[in-house]
Design a protein around this ligand. Structure first.
Ligand SMILES: NC(=O)c1ccc[n+]([C@@H]2O[C@H](COP(=O)([O-])OP(=O)(O)OC[C@H]3O[C@@H](n4cnc5c(N)ncnc54)[C@H](O)[C@@H]3O)[C@@H](O)[C@H]2O)c1
Length: 366
């Protein structure tokens, strides 16, 4: 994606991510610029983080920590040269580690990230950033004070389809936006510590936050809990200025997996089906025009139905692009687009959605 400046309040242009893989920006990198990483949490997602950090130029995975020795055995078989520990403080205290990835359950993010920052480490924190906005604000302030980077793993922002969608919005191809409608449903994976909102919706809300220029004004959420006391089905509506509306449908009780986003604009509309093997994005030259003439009392409705095209999207694994960017931001002292402030915006939306859900869909102003 091009890094052309974007004229909007939400305008944080992505770096030329495709050049990072080739280390074009880091050709003068000395050994001192090698970012040495420790990863805490090697459960379901941690192995993906470790595998991708291993492929990042200018980065060395020094240590992996998990409370579970079975998890560490799995890591040890794949990465015999990496230190393994069940004690996360060994990573935090290690003078050879520059950055820590927190890949543990949500309720542990704040304490682990705070300790890492207090020990002078840059941190990558899994989504959702924290359990509360107060915690997120504290981490942002602490990182600022210590001049350290915080990045929140909003993986999808670095996927080919989302980079393409952002490009289509920024270039004005879609025209003024009408709506953003995202469906992320599947059977499971049930979580024990967070409801479906906090588990799945961070993906959709971070994408929405990245694609829609304006800041949201209010949230309505409804949903139901059917099995373990936590909401397992939820529908979130987010209201934006200029009549833009977003809707997110997250569900752990769906018989089929759906990962589809519709974005409607005045000029074009698009469908992103993330499960499609190719042509994940289709752009439709479709629209509706309503006109009235002074001498005609009825409204004249005309429908436009033109070409459909599938733009080419980057295929590189999003997590690889993101971790490359994490190292780039540390080495080049840049503020990531998915920094703590971006993480806080998502946490605020989740808090508001939770509040609305508990009140059976009452509107919560942001
Ligand atoms: N970005 C994504 O697409 C994505 C995908 C899945 C999960 N996640 C996030 O990743 C995080 C972890 O999720 P998961 O599904 O891997 O969970 P998990 O329960 O499978 O794994 C968490 C691991 O952390 C370990 N752990 C917990 N506390 C620890 C501590 N104090 N010290 C050392 N180890 C500790 C556990 O033993 C476990 O192995 C969550 O925040 C989740 O939201 C992100």
């Amino acid at each position: 994606m091009n890094s052309s400046p974007v004229a909007s309040s939400n305008a944080v242009a992505l770096p030329p991510l495709h050049t990072l893989a080739g280390s074009a920006e880091r050709t003068d990198q000395s050994r001192a610029d090698i970012v040495r990483v420790g990863i805490i949490g090697y459960g379901y997602w941690g192995p993906n983080i470790v595998r991708n950090f291993h492929c990042v130029d200018g980065c060395q995975v020094v240590s992996v920590c998990d409370r579970s020795s079975a998890a560490l055995e799995r890591a040890g078989r794949l990465y015999p040269d990496v230190d393994l520990t069940t004690d996360y403080s060994a990573i935090l205290k290690s003078p050879t580690i520059d950055a820590v990835a927190v890949v543990t359950p949500v309720w542990t993010h704040f304490e682990l990230a705070k300790s890492a920052l207090l020990h002078g480490k840059h941190v990558l924190v899994e989504k959702p950033f924290t359990c509360t906005s107060a915690q997120a604000e504290e981490l942002i302030e602490l990182a600022d004070r210590k001049n350290l980077k915080v990045m929140v793993d909003h993986t999808f922002l670095f996927s080919g389809p989302v980079m393409k969608i952002r490009e289509l919005v920024d270039s004005g191809t879609l025209g003024n936006l009408y709506y953003f409608d995202s469906t992320r449903v599947n059977l499971g994976l049930f979580q024990h510590d967070v409801n479906v909102l906090w588990d799945l919706a961070p993906h959709d809300l971070s994408i929405m936050d990245h694609v829609i220029e304006d800041r949201p004004e209010a949230v309505v959420a409804t949903g139901g809990r059917h099995l373990n006391g936590l909401a397992d089905v939820a529908f979130i509506t987010v209201y934006f200025p200029r009549n833009v509306i977003a809707h997110v449908n997250v569900n752990w009780l769906s018989p089929v997996k759906v990962r589809t986003t519709l974005i409607g604009g005045e000029q074009k509309m698009l469908v992103w089906n993330d499960l499609a093997a190719d042509e994940k994005i289709k752009v439709y030259d479709k629209g509706v025009k309503i006109t009235s003439r002074e001498d005609v009392h009825e409204l004249l409705v005309s429908y436009r139905s033109g070409d459909v095209w599938a733009p080419r999207v980057e295929q590189t694994e999003a997590l690889k692009v993101e971790l490359d960017y994490f190292v780039y931001c540390i080495v080049n002292d840049r503020t990531p687009i998915n920094d703590g402030v971006a993480g806080l915006r998502v946490v605020k939306l989740l808090e508001a959605a939770d509040q609305s859900l508990k009140a059976r869909g009452s509107i919560v102003a942001l």
